[in-house]
Design a protein around this ligand. Structure first.
Ligand SMILES: [Zn+2]
Length: 360
């Protein structure tokens, strides 16, 4: 019996020959198991979808209630069997509802982790290492140069700037699912109680987080206020909005951006970011290597990102390891930003025509 009989890469995503289902398929399939709600992992049009309740809700918010033929919810620690393969969901710590999917079959355990981080996040359940034979990892920040600082320290930089420039608005770019709400929660944890303002693209997901009991304090849709009156306010917007016409009429805006890629100074400069905040929803190099070790796996498969360095590291640790070269997992969130950087090295400026985020 080979692990590939339980799960193997295919052009549509990770496929289970034993169970006849896909994990995070990039095209419409009959049966999908979905790790989290980012659009590159959670696509519409599948026949049946198994995911956490939160991921199913987020898909319905984004795609409408008919996003799949049938849905089935699975909670953390719960198991569902499909064609003899037992699937158990465990927290991935990436965004609300994100799950690692552990597949058990004939004594073999493979964990497909989707996207994950081991750093603290007040808006989702913390990552739990799951014992397995084969661990499947992303490698968005899979180079030793990537070490994310404490998110609380990065948030403090934003609040220091707000205190220093009370006559200016602070526009904070953050991905609409997960990062935006995490930044709101971090700002509250830092003691900032003034109302926050958000771009219209964030309202639905943010309201959903609040409905799940995540306290974000007073947050208002920015169009309800005259932009010119927002001196001293923090306004959170999707990455595409922070450099376009939308920012006009705010008082002398300071442009900030919360992303693991802000570690790459050339990237911050090229985007015209005055206040880069290195806050990521993906594990950094230390987080990736610590997480792989904690699973006790014998074998590591790397789906996307800087695959080669993580594969090489695993081999030096005595593990079997291989890159899967999966395509289609770099459309939303920080993985998208990474495309251009990965092609040209972490300190090089992006190429012309590099893909931008597609955060809705
Ligand atoms: Zn993601």
């Amino acid at each position: 019996m080979r692990p590939e009989d339980l799960l193997c890469p295919s052009t549509k995503g990770l496929y289970s020959p034993a169970g006849d289902f896909y994990v995070d398929p990039v095209r419409a399939v009959d049966r999908a198991v979905i790790t989290h709600g980012h659009s590159d992992h959670a696509r519409r049009g599948h026949g049946k979808v198994l995911a956490t309740r939160e991921t199913l809700d987020i898909m319905a918010l984004r795609y409408g209630p008919d996003f799949a033929g049938e849905t089935q919810a699975i909670g953390y620690g719960e198991s569902v069997e499909i064609n003899g393969v037992r699937i158990t969901a465990h927290p991935a710590g990436h965004v609300l509802g994100s799950a690692q999917m552990a597949l058990d079959w004939r004594g073999l355990t493979i964990v497909a982790s989707g996207d994950y981080k081991d750093a603290r996040d007040p808006t989702c359940a913390p990552f739990v290492p799951v014992k397995c034979h084969v661990f499947i990892s992303e490698a968005t920040f899979g180079l030793p140069v990537f070490r994310h600082p404490d998110a609380a320290d990065e948030t403090a930089k934003l609040l220091r700037s707000v205190a220093l420039f009370p006559e200016r608005a602070h526009i904070l770019g953050a991905y609409s699912l997960g990062k935006a709400q995490r930044m709101m929660a971090l700002i509250r944890q830092a003691g900032h109680t003034a109302p926050l303002y958000m771009h219209g693209a964030l309202t639905e997901i943010t309201a959903y987080y609040e409905a799940q009991g995540i306290a974000l304090g007073p947050v208002a849709h920015v169009t309800k206020m005259a932009k010119a009156k927002l001196a001293g306010a923090i306004v959170i917007a999707p990455p595409m909005a922070i450099t376009d016409l939308w920012t006009r009429n705010f008082p002398d805006p300071v442009t900030a951006f919360a992303s693991g890629w802000m570690r790459v100074r050339a990237r911050a400069r090229q985007r015209g970011i005055e206040l880069p905040l290195v806050v990521s929803d993906h594990a950094d190099w230390d987080g990736l290597t610590a997480s792989v070790t904690a699973t006790g796996c014998e074998e590591l498969w790397v789906t996307h990102g800087a695959e080669d360095a993580l594969v090489h590291w695993a081999q030096t640790q005595g593990l079997k390891a291989k890159p899967l070269h999966m395509v289609g997992y770099a459309e939303e969130d920080e993985a998208a930003e990474g495309e251009a950087v990965a092609m040209s090295g972490p300190e090089a400026p992006p190429q012309d025509g590099a893909p931008e985020e597609t955060a809705p």
